[in-house]
Design a protein around this ligand. Structure first.
Ligand code: C5P
Length: 228
C-alpha cells in the first residue's frame, strides 16, 4: 500500500499511547511507541551499573544495546538488553517508577537521542512507511513529513488522573502527590530538549481533556480521513 505515517506527539498522560495503538489497530497499521525505546535504554543503564548522568557511557550504550519492539498493536511487547544474547522481555519493567524517574536524563543526552532517532526512522522504513508513531518529537524530528501530524494534549488535571489510573491498574503504589510531582518534573525536564506542549507548523492539536477514549479515537480517525 501507499505510505501512511501518522505521527502523534504529546505529554505523558495525554492518552496518546492507548489512542495511537487503537488507531493502528483500526487502520491495519504498525505501531511504534518511541518512549519505550528511551525507557528500555534507561533500564539497561540501571541494570548494568551505568549512571544515566554519564553522558559518554550512555551514548556508547545507546549505540550498541539490543532493542526490539513488536509493531503489532495487539502485542505491545518490548525486549532489550546489553546485546541480543542477553535480551529479556522488559514490557512491564520499563513502566516502573525507577525508570520514569531516570528516563529524562537519557532523553536529554543528545548523542543518545541521535542514535535512538536513527533507529526509530529505520523502524518506520522497515514497515514501508505504514505506521502510527507516537512520542515527543515525532511530528517535528523523527517523521516531519508524515502524512498525518497530530499533537494530543490534555489539561494537567486530566493527565494526572489518567496516569494515576494507569499506575493503579498496573499495581504500582504511589500517592497522588508523588505522582503529580513525578509527572510534572518529567515534563519540565523533557521540555528542555523537545517542545511537545505547542504544535509546530502544520501540526493539528486535539485536546482530549473533555473527551473519553472513544471520542478521542473518533476525532483522530476523522482527522486521518480528512487528510489522506
Ligand atoms: O511516552 P513515555 O512517557 O513512555 O516516554 C518516556 C520518556 O521518553 C519521556 O519522558 C521522554 O523523556 C522520552 N521521550 C523522548 N522522545 C520521544 C519519546 C519519549 O524524549 N519521542
Amino acid at each position: 500500500g501507499r505510505s501512511l505515517v501518522i505521527a502523534i506527539d504529546g505529554p505523558s498522560g495525554s492518552g496518546k499511547s492507548s489512542v495511537a495503538r487503537e488507531i493502528a489497530r483500526r487502520l491495519g497499521l504498525a505501531y511504534q511507541d518511541t518512549g519505550a525505546m528511551y525507557r528500555a535504554l534507561t533500564l539497561v543503564c540501571l541494570e548494568n551499573g551505568v549512571s544515566v548522568q554519564n553522558q559518554a557511557a550512555v551514548e556508547e550504550l545507546a549505540e550498541r544495546f539490543y532493542f526490539e519492539q513488536w509493531f503489532d498493536p495487539g502485542v505491545g511487547m518490548v525486549a532489550a538488553g546489553l546485546d541480543a544474547e542477553r535480551a529479556l522481555d522488559v514490557t512491564d519493567e520499563i513502566r516502573e517508577p525507577r525508570v520514569s524517574e531516570a528516563v529524562s536524563a537519557v532523553a536529554t543526552n543528545l548523542g543518545a537521542r541521535t542514535e535512538l532517532i536513527r533507529r526509530q526512522r529505520a523502524a518506520i522504513e522497515s514497515v514501508r512507511n505504514r505506521m502510527v508513531v507516537e512520542g515527543r518529537d515525532i511530528t517535528t524530528v523523527v517523521a516531519p513529513k508524515a502524512e498525518v501530524r497530530l499533537l494530543l494534549t490534555a489539561s494537567e488535571a486530566a493527565r494526572l488522573a489518567r496516569r494515576g489510573a494507569q499506575l493503579a491498574s498496573s499495581g504500582e503504589q504511589q500517592s497522588a502527590e508523588q505522582l503529580a510531582q513525578q509527572v510534572l518534573a518529567r515534563d519540565a525536564k523533557d521540555s528542555t530538549v523537545v517542545d511537545f506542549q505547542r504544535a509546530a507548523d502544520g501540526v493539528v492539536t486535539i485536546d482530549s481533556s473533555d473527551l473519553d477514549f472513544d471520542q478521542t479515537v473518533a476525532a483522530v480517525l476523522r482527522l486521518v480521513h480528512e487528510t489522506v
